[in-house]
Design a protein around this ligand. Structure first.
Ligand code: ATP
Length: 261
C-alpha cells in the first residue's frame, strides 16, 4: 500500500458564529484520488483554503509528507508540493496559453532581476528550459491545448480554460493537486474528455495525489478512489461511490432523488 502523504485530524474553522469546518479528519495516500461532494456551503472550498494555508484552523492538526501545515504560508505550501485550481477562472486572459503555464513555474525558477541583468545568458537558458517544460505539461494535459500554446488564453473555450488551469497548477511540480470543480461549465462530452485527461496525467505521474471537489456525478462515480461527503461543515461519511450512494443521509444531503432511483 502506498504511504499516507496527507493527514488531517480534527480540523475546525470558524467564521464568527459559523463553524465552516467541524472536527474534520481524513488521510490521503500517495497516488490516490479523493473526491469531495456536498451541497453549497458545506465547507468544501474552506477545506481547500485550509490545505493551502489561506485559512488557519482554530483546532486540529494538518500534516503533509511529515511537515506541519498549520501556520505555514500559502507560498511555502506550494513549495512543499501542494497546488490548486479555483472554482472561478484565475487565468491571465491577455497572455498566451504557454505564458500562463510559465507563470505557474515561478516557485521553480531561480532568476531574479539582478541575475537577469548581470547574467542574461543564464536567465535566457532558464527561460528556454522552462518554456520547454511548459510545453510538455500542456501536452500531458491536452494535445489540443499544446497546439494552441501561442494563442491568448482569453480566446479559449471554457473546457480548455479549465484544462489550462490544471496545466498551470501542475507547473509548480505538485505532489498533491487540488481541483475545485474542474468540470464546472462542461457538457457531458467535455466532462468525459476531462476524466480521460486526468487519468492520463496520473498514468504519467503515478505518485501524484489528487483531491477533487465536484458536483458532476459522472466524474464522482468514475475517478476517485474514495469520496468524502460534507454537510454543514462536517464530514458525514467516506467510502467508494457505491458505498456512499446507498446511504440515505447522503441521498438527502446531496445526491437527491434521481441518484436514489
Ligand atoms: N472568509 C469567510 N468568511 C465568512 N464566512 C465564510 C468564509 N469562507 C466561507 N465562509 C462560509 O463558510 C461556509 C462554507 O463555505 P464553503 O465555500 O467552504 O462551501 P462550499 O461547500 O465550498 O460551497 P460551494 O459549493 O457553494 O462552493 C459557508 O457558509 C460560507 O458562507
Amino acid at each position: 500500500m502506498s504511504p499516507v502523504i496527507l493527514r488531517c485530524e480534527g480540523a475546525t474553522i470558524r467564521f464568527g458564529g459559523l463553524t465552516a469546518l467541524n472536527d474534520v479528519s481524513f488521510e490521503l495516500r500517495q497516488g490516490h484520488i479523493l473526491g469531495i461532494i456536498g451541497p453549497n456551503g458545506a465547507g468544501k472550498s474552506t477545506l481547500f483554503n485550509l490545505l493551502t494555508g489561506i485559512y488557519k484552523p482554530v483546532a486540529g492538526k494538518l500534516e503533509f509528507m511529515g511537515h506541519n501545515l498549520v501556520g505555514v504560508t500559502p507560498h511555502q505550501i506550494v513549495r512543499l508540493g501542494i497546488s490548486r485550481t479555483f472554482q472561478s477562472s484565475r487565468l491571465f486572459g491577455d497572455l498566451s496559453v504557454l505564458d500562463n503555464v510559465l507563470i505557474g513555474m515561478h516557485t521553480q525558477t531561480t532568476t531574479g532581476v539582478m541575475r537577469a541583468i548581470f547574467m542574461p545568458w543564464r536567465a535566457r537558458r532558464e527561460l528556454t528550459a522552462a518554456a520547454e517544460r511548459a510545453g510538455q505539461l500542456l501536452r500531458m494535459v491536452s494535445e489540443e491545448l499544446y497546439e494552441n500554446r501561442f494563442s491568448l488564453a482569453s480566446g479559449l473555450a471554457q473546457a480548455d480554460r479549465r484544462r489550462l488551469e490544471i496545466a498551470r497548477a501542475l507547473a509548480a511540480s505538485p505532489k498533491l493537486l487540488l481541483l475545485d470543480e474542474p468540470s464546472a461549465g462542461m457538457d457531458d462530452k467535455e466532462t468525459d474528455a476531462l476524466i480521460t485527461d486526468i487519468r492520463r496525467i496520473q498514468q504519467i505521474q503515478p505518485t501524484l495525489s489528487l483531491i477533487i471537489i465536484e458536483h458532476d456525478m459522472r466524474l464522482v462515480a468514475d475517478l476517485p478512489d474514495s469520496i468524502m461527503v460534507f454537510d454543514f461543515g462536517q464530514k458525514i461519511m467516506e467510502g467508494s461511490f457505491n458505498e456512499i450512494r446507498k446511504v440515505e443521509r447522503v441521498q438527502q444531503a446531496y445526491l437527491g432523488k434521481a441518484a436514489h432511483a
